[in-house]
Design a protein around this ligand. Structure first.
Ligand code: FRU
Length: 457
């Protein structure tokens, strides 16, 4: 089918099921979620000609994975996003089983996208191609074909190009798996964004596959990626797959022993960053995970699944990366509904609030709608919730890098993001509970402020 017909078919799905999707009490009011179907990784995050552009992996035809599209959104303020429809559809021989993840850059005023063309060939084998797309107006996208084929030494699990410019050269990192089934990140270099030279493996040594790499500079160089096949280790690596970073050096390398998980919550994967015109390094992640129990999410009944995280501003503090809620999020505050100083607090909260807890004296126990049970000590936080897959409770935990001082939480219908100590530790998780439950309790000495938040426009 032609790209135009595929895109039309996708928009017909939006038209026929979009209203049903929005009726779901779990559909977010200020997070990005698909208008229909399945969303996964954020892609192509960039500020171009003043506007923020964000794309994501999209399966418009059902709430499962498959031949992915890129959906496109634009925004002026990082909160109110306009759905622009499908930007890429899988219509070519080199991407017919999916326009997989990738990134965006600007060159000579044009918006350029790189993505992985995923192909399952007639023998059922996987093929992978790194492809380029250009756009002069940010609305029409012209595929330019394959730029990189699979090099020797790697399996076809070779994908998710992230491109950037540094010292007048272009670089690309790709998530890969060696023939020995080791996960790694490879680096390519180009002078003209056309011809690419394989340089080296920049990091490897944990798990069997690394997806969605990213490279950027804070005070030092950072390599961000999502490894698969890392064993659970007490409080670490408790999700099906991880997302984290290594602070290292572009020339000297990224020692895998320094790997650190970026988010401690139940649902977080495949984040991507970009530098905006204010010079901020912004990150958005997928609040989901492949093979992470998505078949048990109740939103299938309303024909949609998954959402993205809020945008976060990155900052290096010593040897950790801090994820701060950007100042734009203050614009979501509609009115202050609670202000309590000291002592415990108990009351009713709706599903679109921001909670700020400060002046925390010692331990704190929170009960959020009888669903999340959050135990905070000076140096450790444990989050429990009923297992999404069925029986019992499940938990995630973090040891804090500095003594507990402040907690900021964003609740949006079916998600909770917890930022501790200004984003030194973050938990991102989905919640599926009786939409009419309102009971919340905070036990311990602290000040509590709650804002009701507005919807995305
Ligand atoms: C990560 C991922 C990527 C791939 C994309 C396909 O979630 O598996 O590696 O490009 O999703 O949708």
């Amino acid at each position: 089918m032609s790209e135009l017909s595929l895109k039309r078919k996708a928009m017909q799905k939006v038209e026929s099921l979009g209203d049903t999707v929005k009726k779901d009490p779990y559909y977010p009011s200020y997070h990005i979620a698909p208008p229909v179907g399945l969303l996964n990784d954020p892609n192509g995050f960039i500020q171009w000609r003043g506007s923020y552009h964000l794309f994501y992996q999209w399966m418009p035809f059902r709430t499962g994975h498959g031949a992915k599209f890129w959906a496109q959104l634009t925004s002026q303020n990082l909160i109110d996003w306009n759905f622009e429809g499908p930007a890429l559809a899988p219509d070519q021989w080199y991407d017919r089983t999916g326009c997989y993840s990738g990134s965006a850059v600007e060159k000579d005023g044009e918006l350029i996208l790189f993505y992985t063309g995923n192909v399952k060939n007639d023998k059922g084998e996987r093929e992978t191609y790194q492809c380029k797309v250009r756009s002069q107006d940010g609305v029409h996208f012209e595929k330019c074909g394959v730029q990189i084929e699979l090099p020797e030494g790697f399996t076809a699990h070779f994908r998710d190009p992230k491109v950037w410019k540094m010292d007048n050269r272009w670089y690309m990192v790709i998530g890969a798996q060696t023939n020995e089934n080791e996960g790694c990140i490879v680096l390519y270099e180009s002078m003209d964004l056309e011809t690419w030279i394989f340089k080296r493996i920049v990091a490897s040594g944990m798990g069997y596959m690394w997806e969605c790499p990213d490279f950027f500079r804070l005070e030092e160089d950072v390599l961000l990626f999502s490894p698969q096949g890392v064993e659970e280790n007490e409080i670490d690596y408790r999700n099906m797959y991880q997302s984290g970073y290594i602070i290292g050096d572009f020339d000297e390398g990224f020692p895998v022993e320094r790997f650190r998980e970026l988010d401690r919550g139940f649902e977080f994967y495949a984040p991507q960053t970009m530098m905006d015109e204010k010079g901020r390094r912004l990150l958005i992640g997928w609040m989901g995970m492949p093979d992470g129990g998505e078949e048990y999410f109740p939103t299938h009944d309303y024909h949609w699944i998954h959402q993205l995280t809020l945008p976060r501003e990155l900052e290096q503090r010593g040897d950790i990366i801090v994820q701060k809620p950007p100042e734009e999020l203050l614009e979501l505050r509609r009115r202050k509904i609670i202000e309590e100083k000291g002592g415990s607090w108990e009351g009713d909260l709706s599903r679109n609030v921001e909670i700020v807890i400060s002046d925390i004296s010692e331990a704190l126990n929170m009960n959020v709608y009888d669903y999340f049970f959050i135990a905070c000590e000076k140096d450790k936080v444990v989050v429990r919730r009923p297992s999404i897959e069925g029986a019992g409770m499940e938990w995630r935990a973090a040891e804090l890098d500095s003594p507990l001082e402040e907690i900021r939480m964003f609740i949006d219908r079916s998600s909770l993001e917890i930022f501790i100590n200004g984003g030194e530790t973050v938990f991102s998780s989905r919640m599926f509970l009786d939409p009419s439950a309102t009971d919340c309790r905070i036990e311990g000495e602290a000040s509590v402020t709650v804002w009701e938040l507005r919807k995305q426009k």
